[in-house]
Design a protein around this ligand. Structure first.
Ligand SMILES: [Zn+2]
Ligand SMILES: [Zn+2]
Length: 274
């Protein structure tokens, strides 16, 4: 199995996971044009995708989906509640967009549940609910030939369930959205937005990731990729350093060779082979 984060941040998210002949796009939050361009950059033709999984309806995860579907022939794996929210008023889009979305998705979806395993080609997906202010969002682990990776973005805190699901992963893509101090000091965000981001159903901070790396993480992954970094309330070097220091602070018996890597909002990261 191999994967790359095509782009990640508040402006849009997309991850590509491949195994054998199977190529799965996770989220379509960049523009369709940009997703197709970045797929090509990593050597993947959009027409060859086996499926698109949508984790939740927020525009930075699903905003490019409608237009992207014109270039694809594969189905969209989406939960019933997320589909309704995506095509409905809740998406906060005006004019014809809800109708266009409904038309495009017609006959193109495979309904999944945020708590039930499903398979796309040669990859098994094991979704689980994570705390965020969307209708039905999930993180997941994906397995192929005994290797497991996890992708989870957009969640406000690490629950017992999440901690358990992250055990035994060879790679983990995890949100490291903001530095709490940088967010609090950020002058462009209104107070309500800061409260939303900081809440237990908001976004995970560098500090949350560090605490998990010290106390919850099993130490087994070769790679941990930090994702969904805020461009205003985080700094890639601060996020990476915070995670690396946390790994070093683990007890002597729990030292690990895990590499911390960054994903970027403007370009795909290099492929990670598992
Ligand atoms: Zn997001
Ligand atoms: Zn979200």
């Amino acid at each position: 199995m191999r994967f790359t984060v095509l782009g990640s941040g508040s402006t849009g998210n997309a991850v590509l996971i491949c195994a054998g002949q199977t190529r799965v796009l996770v989220d379509a939050g960049l523009s369709a044009k940009e997703i197709v361009r970045r797929l090509a950059l990593v050597g993947c033709d959009a027409a060859e995708l086996s499926g698109v999984i949508i984790t939740h309806e927020h525009s930075d995860h699903a905003g490019g989906l409608r237009v992207l579907l014109k270039s694809l022939s594969c189905p969209v794996y989406i939960s019933g509640a997320t589909r309704e929210a995506y095509i409905g008023e809740r998406a906060g889009v005006g004019n014809d967009e809800p109708r266009k979305r409904a038309d495009v998705l017609h006959d193109r979806t495979v309904e999944i549940s945020s708590s039930q395993d499903f398979r796309v080609g040669e990859i098994d997906f094991h979704p689980f609910t994570i705390p965020h202010d969307a209708v039905d969002n999930f993180g997941f682990t994906a397995t192929h030939a005994g290797v497991k990776l996890a992708t989870l973005m957009d969640f406000g805190c690490i629950t017992t369930l999440i901690n358990e699901r992250l055990r035994g992963c060879a790679a983990i893509v995890i949100e490291s959205n903001h530095s709490r101090d940088m967010l609090k000091a950020c002058s462009v965000y209104p107070w309500e937005l800061k409260q939303r981001i900081l809440s237990r159903t908001g976004h995970l901070s560098n500090e949350d990731v560090a605490a998990w790396l010290r106390e919850g993480y099993d130490g087994g992954a070769q790679h941990i990729v930090l994702a969904h970094l805020s461009q205003r309330a985080n700094n890639p070097y601060v996020a990476k350093l915070s995670a690396e220091v946390a790994l070093q602070e683990r007890g002597e018996l729990f030292q690990t060779t895990t590499q911390i890597m960054l994903s970027h909002h403007k370009e795909p990261m290099p492929w990670i082979e598992l």
